[in-house]
Design a protein around this ligand. Structure first.
Ligand code: HPA
Length: 243
């Protein structure tokens, strides 16, 4: 596989499979981006912790443009990202993975495009297939090989956060066809498409969304469940890194 990067979301701050890891900061026209560069065998792989290594950057303050621009500068051709999500679909349970293939964007305040009429002018990209199908198929094969429960389809609805949703919002989103809800997949997915990087997202279910679960949500619940999901993620990326 051509040069690969992993973007780790909540609970994924260390890819765990790379050697010779060193931290780097790169200047982009959109600001600085921090990442780690490491090796898997003879390949260089990039790892970027979306919220920072100590989870200090909230979803609406992530500099998505700097992050994706940095990956482009580093000649990354393919990105596997992770997102912690709540589930709206009774069949998608905590501890399971969903390889999302559609999104609904409910974000409000984010710089969401390189085509803002300035340096790159104006363009309107097709979003019929928002995620890279080649990478999706490779992930599906890797999960099968490792006997990991991975749902191959799902619609991700991205909220602005950082608060969790109300039960009324979740009820409406379910009627729209959303399967999982998170706060970070947009505009990352769109920017990667604009940068012509093959991009995929493994959503890790940590809880049933508000109103579906009868207990209030806590960040602790999300983080605890991510530790289990992390093991599955590591197995999948080990196989992807080998190819
Ligand atoms: N809502 C939004 N983001 C999330 C959730 C949720 O229920 N769980 C993990 N990230």
């Amino acid at each position: 596989m051509s040069k690969l990067a992993f973007i780790g979301g909540t609970g994924v701050y260390d890819p765990g499979i790379l050697t010779d890891l060193h931290s780097e900061i790169i200047d982009t026209p959109y600001g600085k981006a921090s990442y780690e560069s490491g090796r898997f065998g003879d390949k260089e792989i990039i790892f970027l912790a979306r919220h920072g290594v100590h989870h200090t950057i909230p979803p609406h303050k992530i500099n998505y443009r700097a992050n994706i621009y940095a990956l482009k500068m580093l000649d990354v051709k393919a990105v596997v990202s992770t997102t912690a999500v709540g589930s709206l679909n009774p069949d998608y349970k905590a501890g399971e993975l969903v390889l999302v293939d559609q999104f609904i964007d409910m974000t409000k305040s984010r710089e969401g495009t390189f085509y803002d009429g300035e340096h790159y002018g104006v363009a309107h990209l097709d979003m019929t297939h928002p995620y890279c199908e080649t990478l999706r198929q490779a992930i599906i094969r890797a999960a099968e090989e490792e006997h990991i429960t991975l749902h191959p389809h799902g619609t991700y609805i991205c909220t602005e956060g950082p608060r969790f949703e109300t039960p009324a919002e979740i009820k409406a989103y379910r009627q729209w066809g959303a399967d999982v809800v998170g706060m970070t997949n947009l505009p990352e997915c769109v920017l990667a498409r604009e940068a012509e990087i093959c991009y995929s997202t493994i959503s890790m279910v940590t809880n049933f969304a508000a109103g579906i679960s009868d207990t209030p949500l806590s960040h602790r619940e999300v983080v605890d469940c991510m530790n289990h999901n992390l093991e599955s993620f590591k197995k999948i990326i080990t196989i992807l890194s080998r190819t």
